[in-house]
Design a protein around this ligand. Structure first.
Ligand code: SF4
Length: 396
C-alpha cells in the first residue's frame, strides 16, 4: 500500500479574484477583497479547530487554490502556513503548492513564498493567443507568463506547473499548436491541459448559447488533445492522468491524493473535504463562512471537522466504489491499484465486476495486469464509457 494512504492532504481555498474569467464557475468573488484580513483570521480558527480532531495525522501535501491565492501577501500566506504547522504534523518534504496568476508574480514575491515554505507553483497560463486570453477576460499576456516562470526559477522554484486550456470558441488547431509550443518553450516540470468546459452560469456559456460565440467543435477538440499528447510525449513529458503530464518525479502529489480517493481536508469558504468516510463541504459565502468561524459554531461543531460545515454525509460503500473507480480510471499509468482496492473493499476489482471488465477489455478500452486496471490509450478518450460500465456493475 502506498504510504500516502495513511497520510493526509490539506486544501486551502482563497475565494478572491480581481476579475471573473469568462469560463469560471469556481466559488470566487471579485468584490470582496476587503474581507481578506477577516478571512485569514477565520481560516486560522478553522485550522486550529480541525487540528484538534485530526492533528495527529501526517500531512504530505498542502494546496492553496482558488480563486487567486496569489492575491494574498507573503505575510498573510505565512500566517496560514504557520497555523498549519502549529496544528498538523507537516512532513519535512511535504509538497506545498500555490495557484497563481502570472500578473501577481514578481521575483521578490516569489522569494518570499519560498521562505514561507512553498515549493510548487501552478501558474494559470491558459493560452498564448492574445485574442483567446481577451475572450477569457484573463488579465495577462504571454510575456507575463514567461516573466513569471523566469522569476520563479530565480527564486528557486524547481517545480512549476502551467495550466493551459484548449477548445475555446473559435480556436483553431493552429492557434492551439502555438500555445503548446509556447508553453513547452518555458520548460515547466508539469502541464495541466484542460478542454474548455462551458459550465452553466458562465459568461462564455451564455455567449455560446446566444450564438454570439461559435460552439466548439468536438472533432477539433479531439485533434487538439491528440496534438498535445504527442507534442508533450515527444518533449519528454509522461502522461499520468487524463489531463496531466510531468517530468520524472514531478507529478502533483496533492492531486494524486484525490485521484487515489484518499483523505483530504478542505479549509475556507466552499472547500470540499473527504475524511474518514465523510464527505463534506464548507459554507460557500465568505461572509457567512467568516461569521460561522467567528461565533465558533459551537452547536454544529460537536460532530464535524469544521464549525463552517455546509453539507456533510457518510460515504456509502456504493459511493466509495464509484469514486475509487471513477478517479482511478483518470490515472493513465496507475489506474485502479488492485492491491489497494482489495484492502479497501475486501475483494478484487476484477472479481467484483467480471462482466464490465471483460466487456471493456474486449473493446480495447482498459488494460488489466496483476497490479492494476487502467484505461488503454483509446480508453483515455472514452473514459466516460469506461466509468459508465463499472457504474452499471455497482448498481446491479
Ligand atoms: S483567476 Fe481562476 S478562479 Fe479567478 S476568475 Fe479566473 S479562472 Fe476563476
Amino acid at each position: 500500500m502506498s504510504q500516502s494512504a495513511n497520510r493526509l492532504s490539506l486544501y486551502i481555498h482563497i475565494p478572491f479574484c480581481t476579475v471573473r474569467c469568462g469560463y469560471c464557475a469556481f466559488n470566487t468573488y471579485t468584490d470582496l477583497a476587503h474581507l481578506i484580513p477577516d478571512y485569514i483570521d477565520a481560516l486560522c480558527r478553522e485550522l486550529a479547530f480541525a487540528g484538534e480532531k485530526a492533528g495527529g495525522k501526517r500531512v504530505h501535501t498542502v494546496y492553496f487554490g482558488g480563486g487567486s491565492p496569489s492575491l494574498l501577501s507573503p505575510r498573510q500566506l505565512d500566517e496560514v502556513a504557520c497555523q498549519i504547522s502549529k496544528h498538523f504534523c507537516v512532513e519535512s518534504d511535504a509538497e506545498i503548492s500555490l495557484e497563481a496568476n502570472p500578473n501577481d508574480l514578481s521575483e521578490p514575491y516569489l522569494r518570499s513564498l519560498r521562505r514561507v515554505g512553498f515549493n510548487r507553483l501552478s501558474i494559470g497560463m491558459q493560452s498564448a493567443n492574445a485574442a483567446i486570453l481577451k475572450m477569457f477576460d484573463r488579465q495577462h499576456d504571454m510575456a507575463a507568463v514567461a516573466a513569471a516562470v523566469r522569476f520563479a526559477r530565480r527564486a528557486g522554484f524547481d517545480n512549476v506547473n502551467l495550466d493551459v486550456i484548449f477548445g475555446s470558441p473559435g480556436e483553431t488547431l493552429a492557434n492551439w499548436k502555438e500555445t503548446v509550443q509556447a508553453a513547452l518553450g518555458l520548460s515547466p516540470e508539469h502541464f495541466s491541459v484542460y478542454g474548455l468546459e462551458l459550465k452553466g452560469g458562465t459568461r462564455l456559456r451564455q455567449q455560446v448559447d446566444a450564438g454570439e460565440q461559435p460552439r466548439p467543435d468536438d472533432d477539433v477538440f479531439a485533434d487538439m488533445y491528440e496534438f498535445a499528447s504527442a507534442a508533450l510525449a515527444e518533449a519528454g513529458y509522461d502522461q499520468y492522468e487524463i489531463s496531466n503530464w510531468r517530468l520524472p518525479g514531478k507529478e502533483c502529489r496533492h492531486n494524486l491524493q484525490y485521484w487515489r480517493n484518499l483523505d483530504y481536508m478542505g479549509f475556507g469558504a466552499g472547500a470540499h473535504g473527504f475524511y474518514e468516510g465523510c464527505r463534506y463541504s464548507t459554507i460557500a459565502s465568505p461572509q457567512r463562512y467568516i461569521a460561522a468561524l467567528r461565533n465558533g459554531g459551537a452547536d454544529r461543531a460537536q460532530s464535524s471537522l469544521t464549525p463552517a460545515v455546509g453539507k456533510a454525509s457518510r460515504v456509502t460503500e456504493a459511493d466509495d466504489l464509484y469514486e475509487t473507480i471513477m478517479m482511478g480510471m483518470r490515472l493513465t499509468e496507475e489506474g485502479v491499484n488492485r492491491g489497494r482496492f482489495r484492502q479497501r473493499f475486501g475483494r478484487d476489482l476484477v472479481d467484483m465486476f467480471p462482466a464490465a471488465t471483460r466487456k471493456l477489455m474486449a473493446a480495447g478500452l482498459i488494460n488489466v495486469t496483476m497490479e492494476r486496471v487502467c484505461p488503454s490509450e483509446a480508453g483515455r478518450l472514452l473514459s466516460n464509457l469506461v466509468i459508465r460500465e463499472y457504474v452499471a456493475g455497482i448498481r446491479e
